[in-house]
Design a protein around this ligand. Structure first.
Ligand SMILES: [Fe+2]
Length: 415
């Protein structure tokens, strides 16, 4: 077997798996210390071939003597018997080791039923040492930073960025393309357009940061993305006032309470509200300096709030810039399910930045920025023109309403 392959070297691979008839569960070594075969395909490209897998299912493969411990790659294929093969390769952290694409090849001549071939891309030891030396030098350059937090963040950023470059074997052309992309993203930004926030949103970086900083209090309302459309110094709206300010859309009455996790009403909480209009556009997306569908108000002594706005609709995030092209290249949609943005601040409580989504929206399961949480989905009721609206509403036209209560975690919980 492997008759045409050169530079064949035995390498020790430990295989842990489960025979179909073995009821002892995964992890039971069916073949331990089995010899595999490494061959050099070309410069920097090695293959590891393992044969004689007699079990029906392989749960992991640990490669020893290839690199030592750390990074784990997993993939799956099907055995010659049609059964699933799961495979994990444990490699040195940062070592550029990549499983070949597609299902693993099996049924090689001489391998026997259930054999696996793993193709890996690996740099030579000297090349790897050169690359790691660059990283070490840059990490060290931040060692003298006055701020310990700055040092920690920058050194970690450098390590991860360098790992990324090694992982994908970034080409010069791709580096230039990345610089061009970020430059175009920056040029797209001004005080009314925030393409970098949008980029963070579509990469899930925003939601991950939300998750990292989420106050773990199951009684509190959950957070979601801040988004690119918040504007400082929105107008103050009286309780029961209309923040739509002439924006297109079906009138929508919004009311609710702000309470602490103990159920106590939070009086005087500042609620910032912003949303797209009935055409799916925020005021800042129109020419001119119009302010509409945004404002702030304060809860009354009972923690209650109420205002008029418009019923939100699903809308596409701006797709005329580099982020739009990024989504298109990925074949991803740009739609966000209908929602209203809220930011609620009150002394003694953790600031809440969140949305309320419209139940039944077709895009709830495919939000372009990954912001939907089940708790934040609420029923928006529709009312006929014959039903009298709350004070401030227009008689004789259809209207919607939302009732939603927010619960703030205390600052103590946030700490
Ligand atoms: Fe939004």
């Amino acid at each position: 077997m492997f008759g045409s392959q050169t530079d064949r070297r035995a390498t020790s691979l430990e295989l842990f798996g489960r025979d179909a008839a073995d009821e002892r569960g995964p992890g039971h070594p069916i073949i331990a210390g089995k010899q595999g075969v490494e061959r050099v395909v070309d410069e920097g490209r090695h293959e590891y071939l393992v044969d004689g897998l007699k079990g029906d299912r392989i749960d992991s493969v640990a490669g020893h003597g290839l690199r030592q411990g750390g990074q784990t790659l997993t993939t799956a294929g099907r055995s010659a018997h049609g059964r699933t093969i799961s495979l994990a390769v444990i490699m040195q952290k940062g070592a550029p080791f990549r499983a070949s694409g597609g299902p693993f090849l099996h049924d090689h001549e001489g391998l026997g039923a259930g054999g696996i071939r793993l193709a890996a891309l690996m740099t030579s030891a000297s090349q790897e040492a050169r690359e790691l030396a660059v990283t070490d030098e840059v990490v060290e350059s931040f060692a003298g930073a006055e701020s310990a937090r700055y040092r920690e963040v920058m050194q970690s950023l450098v390590r991860h960025l360098h790992d990324f470059v090694r992982d994908v074997r970034l080409t010069d052309e791709e580096w230039h393309e990345a610089v061009g992309f970020l430059t175009r993203t920056g040029h797209m930004c001004d005080d009314r357009r925030q393409e970098f926030v949008l980029l963070s949103d579509v990469l899930g970086l925003s939601m991950l940061t939300v998750a990292v900083n989420e106050v773990v209090d199951p009684a509190a309302t959950q957070s979601t993305v801040f988004g690119p459309f918040f504007v400082e110094n929105s107008p103050e709206i009286p309780l029961g006032g209309d923040l739509a300010a002439g924006a297109a859309g079906q009138p929508c009455w919004v009311e609710g309470t702000v309470r602490g996790v103990g159920g106590e009403p939070v009086a005087g909480a500042r609620i910032d509200v912003w949303e797209a209009d009935g055409d799916g556009l925020y005021d800042v997306q129109y020419d001119g300096a119009r302010t509409a569908n945004r404002g702030h108000l304060f809860t009354d002594a009972s923690g209650c709030f109420r205002f008029w706005s418009v019923r939100p609709v699903a809308y596409p995030i701006p797709s005329d810039g580099p982020v739009g092209r990024l989504l298109a290249a990925a074949g991803r949609g740009a739609m966000r399910p209908a929602h209203i943005h809220f930011m609620i601040r009150a002394a003694g409580y953790h600031k809440l930045t969140t949305h309320v989504f419209v139940a039944g929206d077709e895009y709830l399961s495919q939000d372009a920025v990954f912001g939907v949480k089940e708790q934040l989905v609420a029923e928006f009721a529709d009312h006929p023109a014959t039903e009298a609206p709350p004070p401030g509403g227009s008689e004789g036209s259809v209207w919607s309403s939302l009732s939603y209560d927010f619960v703030l975690a205390s600052d103590a919980a946030a700490g």
